[in-house]
Design a protein around this ligand. Structure first.
Ligand SMILES: Cc1cc2nc3c(=O)[nH]c(=O)nc-3n(C[C@H](O)[C@H](O)[C@H](O)COP(=O)(O)OP(=O)(O)OC[C@H]3O[C@@H](n4cnc5c(N)ncnc54)[C@H](O)[C@@H]3O)c2cc1C
Length: 381
C-alpha cells in the first residue's frame, strides 16, 4: 500500500497549482461576488479542468476521480470560490448527466458545459422532501410523446445561473417510480421565486414547474432511475467532501502563517503551547480526513465511489473542515473574523456542507447500516 501520489498525479497536481497561482489576486473579491465566475470556468475549460472524469470520446479528459480531487484541492488552496467551478464541471450534476445521457442529449448539452459556457444544476430537494428525498412530489404526467412536470424545488445550488436543470421527478407512487428530466432555463411554465441568501453567501431561489412540457428526448432517467441517480450523486458528495477539507486546510494554513509572525506578550503566537496543541489537533483531523477522502476517490477509479466510503469520507471531511476553519479563526482573533480574510468565508462555506449533499446525521445513518449489515427504514413503523 502506498500513500503518495503517482508521478503522473504529482505532475498533474503541479500543473494545476501553477494555473491556480494566477487566480490568487482575485480570490478575495470572487468570494464576495454573487455572479457565477464564468471567466474562470472558460479558463479552466481551456486548461482541461472541466470534464476530467468524462471519457475523451465524449469531450472530456478521460482522467480519474482522484485526478478531479487533486484539481479541486489545488484550486481551493489558492481560490476557495473558484473550487466551485471545479465542482460544477466535474463532480456535480454534470457527472450523472454524462453517465446516463443519450448521445443526442450529450450532443446538445455536454459541449457548452465543458467549454464553461453552460452550467447544469441538480434540483432534488423540495419543501417537504429534504433528507427524505424519496418523498418528493414533483410529478411527471404522461402527455402524448412526453411528460408534463408540475412541482416545486428549493435550495438548488446555482439556481440563479444554471442554463439547464437536472430535475428529480416522480412518474408514479413509490421510490421505484422516481427518475429525472432535463429542463432548460426559459422553458414555458418554469419560473423562479425570490432569491434567499444562505449564511455561506450563496443564493438560491425556489424553482416552480407549472405544467412544463418535457419531450421524451429530454428524459434522463425513467422509472427505476433513482438508484442510478444516487450512485452518480456520490460523486457530487466527493466534491463537497474535497472542498470541505480544502477550505479547512486553507484556514489552517492562514492561521499557521499568522502564528509565525503575530506577537503578543512579547512572544510569537506559535510559541504558546496552548496554541501549538490546537495546531497539532487540527493537523491530525485534516490528515485523517484526507486519507478517507483519498480512499473513497482512489477506489472509485473504475466508476462511481462506494456509498459507504463516500459517507465516511464526507462526514469526516465536513467535520474536519468546519472545526479547523473555526479553530483557525479563533487563533487569528479579529484578524480572521473580518471579510478582508478568507478564513471567515471558509468557516461559512464549510458549515453549509454539513447540511448540503446529505446531512451529517443522514451519513451516520448510512454508516450504521453497513456496521449492522441491515437497512434501518427511517419512516414510521
Ligand atoms: C449549501 C447548500 C446547498 C444545497 N444545494 C442543493 C442542490 O444543489 N440541490 C438540491 O436539490 N438540494 C440542495 N441542498 C439541499 C440539501 O440537500 C438539504 O438541505 C439536505 O438534504 C437536508 O434537507 P433539509 O434541509 O430539508 O433538512 P431536513 O431533512 O428537514 O433535516 C433537518 C434536520 O433533521 C435531521 N434528520 C432528518 N432526518 C433524520 C433521520 N432520519 N435521522 C437523524 N437525523 C435526521 C437532519 O440531519 C437535519 O439535521 C443544499 C443545501 C445547502 C445547505
Amino acid at each position: 500500500m502506498r500513500f503518495d501520489l503517482t508521478d503522473e498525479q504529482s505532475m498533474f497536481r503541479d500543473a494545476v497549482a501553477g494555473f491556480a497561482r494566477d487566480l490568487a489576486p482575485g480570490a478575495l473579491a470572487r468570494a464576495h461576488t454573487d455572479d457565477y465566475p464564468w471567466e474562470i470556468a472558460r479558463a479552466m475549460a481551456e486548461q482541461g479542468l472541466l470534464g476530467i472524469t468524462i471519457p475523451e470520446d465524449r469531450g472530456g479528459i478521460g482522467g480519474s476521480l482522484m485526478d478531479a480531487v487533486i484539481a479541486i484541492e489545488q484550486i481551493a488552496a489558492v481560490d476557495p470560490r473558484a473550487a466551485d467551478v471545479v465542482q460544477a464541471g466535474n463532480f456535480g450534476a454534470i457527472r450523472t448527466f454524462a453517465q446516463f445521457a443519450t448521445p443526442e442529449q450529450q450532443e446538445t448539452y455536454l459541449a457548452p458545459l465543458l467549454r464553461g459556457d453552460g452550467l447544469i444544476a441538480v434540483a432534488m430537494t423540495e419543501p417537504d422532501a429534504g433528507s427524505a428525498v424519496t418523498e418528493l412530489t414533483t410529478a411527471a404526467t404522461p402527455d402524448g410523446d412526453g411528460f408534463r412536470i408540475t412541482g416545486q424545488k428549493i435550495f438548488t445550488t446555482h439556481g440563479l445561473h444554471a442554463t439547464v436543470f437536472l430535475v428529480y421527478v416522480r412518474y408514479g407512487p413509490g421510490t421505484g417510480n422516481i427518475g429525472s428530466v432535463l429542463i432548460e432555463r426559459g422553458q414555458e411554465g418554469f419560473t423562479f421565486g425570490k432569491p434567499v441568501r444562505f449564511l455561506s453567501g450563496e443564493e438560491w431561489n425556489p424553482l416552480f414547474f407549472d405544467n412544463v412540457y418535457v419531450p421524451k428526448e429530454k428524459v434522463l432517467l425513467g422509472p427505476g432511475g433513482f438508484k442510478k441517480q444516487i450512485a452518480g450523486f456520490n460523486v457530487e458528495r466527493i466534491g463537497n467532501t474535497a472542498r470541505s477539507l480544502a477550505l479547512g486546510r486553507y484556514a489552517f494554513d492562514a492561521a499557521v502563517e499568522h502564528a509565525k509572525t503575530r506577537k503578543q506578550f512579547g512572544r510569537l503566537l506559535s510559541e504558546f503551547q496552548g496554541l501549538q496543541w490546537k495546531f497539532a489537533e487540527m493537523k491530525i483531523k485534516l490528515d485523517a480526513a484526507q486519507l478517507l477522502l483519498y480512499r473513497a476517490a482512489a477506489n472509485a477509479d473504475a466508476g462511481f465511489p462506494s456509498p459507504e466510503e463516500t459517507a465516511i469520507a464526507k462526514a469526516a471531511c465536513n467535520r474536519a473542515g468546519f472545526e479547523c476553519a473555526s479553530e483557525a479563526m479563533q487563533i487569528m482573533g479579529g484578524a480572521g473574523f473580518g471579510e478582508d480574510s478568507l478564513v471567515e468565508y471558509c468557516l461559512r462555506r464549510t458549515r453549509g456542507w454539513m447540511i448540503a449533499g446529505g446531512t451529517t446525521e443522514i451519513l451516520l445513518n448510512r454508516i450504521a447500516e453497513t456496521i449492522f449489515d441491515r437497512r434501518f427504514p427511517q419512516g414510521p413503523a
